[in-house]
Design a binder for this molecule. Structure first.
Ligand code: GOI
Length: 467
């Protein structure tokens, strides 16, 4: 306690004196987070709740996908019980420092999938109805709303059945149709809030977009152009209609998909068109930028992927540097500087809207002494501070993924992202804080990237939050 207090005092004195606690080697002007900076830890309903058929809950597309195809999940598991948060939510809420509520994190009701899911424009109307119910019931307390989590990930499962629900293989067609409805649904929810709720509830609404940073694989002009194309195809796809001045999908997408579609003997583009009314309706529908970031990929110019597919349309071949440290997830390499580059690109491309990092985290195979996860958080937060102080990126908050180990979609329970461990063989699903939870607690308490987070023995974990 005394050590903590004196650390805080030293911090206060140093900042009063206008001095920086960042050492010159790490290039950090300050280790303090700006005043008002928000921290949290995130999770998602389907990945933790369980109770899949209780309390009047209907079947959703992930219930169906996991039950029908256990062989598509790495360990043949499902989320029928998961972390049992349905019954244990009090403990989890107690563990949350600060958070908002995302409306939709992939668990579309199965009856809507039976109508075609997000490829059917009527689903945007149902989404608006759903948003109305949430605004009405929770809007007095929720001040940061996210409509949809990672639309780019949602449409991947319309292209490749093994990636998740709904489990279709309609690449290059259904994924583009689904994106159209997803953007409409988001915009409808935003305008609904604007019209009927904003004045009294005074909250803010956005959509969470995700993408790796795409770095040119070589310095050739082809690869630099390919990297920019990758940014447009994997991120501009969603950000351009909402955040750019002119709206609509990026020009490079419209051109290339049209060209490929005609070459395939079609009479129109596989990418649906927005009418000018829709372009206008979707543009500007975010009060802040919400962004999930995990990793970086190389982009090189080249033709790869099935015909037709988003990858083929992009003309990009993506890869990793073998030198980048791995995680338990094949897609997740540890590349902290990619976060800083991405934040700068967003600022340059769409202006310096306040930005909230809604997910950032690291996977391993379990264990309480998760040094690699602490290292991940610290190194990414360091780059975040550089983006804030050196590059003047307008980042106002950060939520770590994830609060508890959970059902990792197609990876089942084989990859762990939690800062709390969950014992999945214990009927009580006991939660235990990992070393990373202690480290984040320190960071949040001091509102600074305090030194020595990796050094010294962490105290033995206590079992908490279990009644
Ligand atoms: C979050 O998305 C999400 O919001 C959370 O819910 C989730 O818990 C968290 O991630 C952690 O997972 C190398 C065939 C490259 C095609 C290896 C087979 C690409 C593509 C392995 C298998 C990667 C974070 C799927 C963003 C979806 C994982 C987006 C990261 C698919 C791969 C593949 C691979 C494959 N992405 N997601 N992928």
């Amino acid at each position: 306690m005394a050590a903590t207090a004196s650390l805080a005092l030293a911090a206060a004195l140093l900042s009063l004196a206008g001095l920086s606690r960042g050492s010159p080697q790490d290039g950090l002007p300050s280790r303090d987070f700006p005043p008002g900076f928000m921290f949290g830890a995130a999770t998602a309903a389907f990945q933790i709740e369980g109770a899949w058929n209780l309390s009047g809950k209907g079947e959703n597309i992930w219930d169906r996908w996991t039950h029908q195809h256990p062989e598509w999940v790495a360990d043949g598991s499902n989320a029928d019980v998961a972390c049992d948060s349905f019954h244990r939510f009090k403990e989890d809420v107690q563990a949350l420092v600060d958070t908002g509520v995302t409306m939709f994190h992939w668990d579309l009701p199965q009856p809507l999938q039976d109508l075609g899911g997000w490829t059917n424009p009527v689903v945007a109307d149902y989404f608006e109805d759903y948003a109305r119910i949430l605004f009405r019931h929770f809007g007095d307390r929720v001040k940061y709303w996210i409509t949809i989590n990672e639309p780019a990930s949602i449409i991947e499962s319309y292209a490749n059945s093994r990636l998740g629900a709904p489990g279709l293989d309609e690449h290059g067609v259904a994924d583009y149709q689904a994106s159209h409805t997803l953007l409409k649904a988001h915009a409808k929810a935003y305008h609904l809030y604007d019209k009927y709720f904003r004045k009294t509830q005074k909250g803010r609404v956005s959509i969470t977009l995700n993408s790796a940073w795409h770095e040119p694989r070589t310095n050739s002009q082809e690869d630099r152009q390919a990297a920019e194309r990758a940014r447009q195809f994997y991120f501009g796809y969603w950000a351009h209609p909402i955040y750019s001045k002119i709206g609509d999908y990026p020009a490079v997408m419209k051109e290339r998909i049209m060209r490929n579609s005609l070459a395939e003997g079609r009479f129109r583009s596989r990418l649906p068109e927005f009418s000018p009314q829709w372009v206008k309706f979707i543009r500007g529908t975010a009060d802040f930028f919400a962004y999930n970031h995990y990793t970086t990929r190389y982009a090189a110019s080249g033709t790869q992927g099935e015909i037709p597919s988003l990858q083929r349309d992009s003309g990009v071949i993506r890869s990793y540097d073998p030198k980048w440290p791995s995680s338990a997830s094949s897609w997740l390499k540890v590349v902290p500087w990619g976060l800083r580059k991405m934040l700068n690109w967003i600022k340059k491309e769409y202006g310096n809207l306040p930005l909230l990092i809604t997910e950032n985290g690291f996977s391993d195979h379990g264990g309480l002494h998760d040094k690699d996860r602490i290292n991940y958080f610290v190194s990414y937060l360091q780059e975040l501070l550089k983006a804030i102080y050196i590059d003047k990126c307008n980042v106002f908050g950060y939520t770590a993924w994830s609060l508890v180990d959970n059902f990792e979609w197609a990876r089942g329970y084989t990859e762990k992202f939690g800062i709390y461990q969950v014992n999945f063989t214990d009927p009580n699903r006991a939660r235990i804080p990992k070393d990373s939870a202690q480290a984040l607690r320190k960071i949040i308490k001091h509102r600074a990237l305090v030194p020595n987070l990796l050094q010294g023995e962490m105290p033995e974990p206590r079992v908490v939050l279990v009644t």
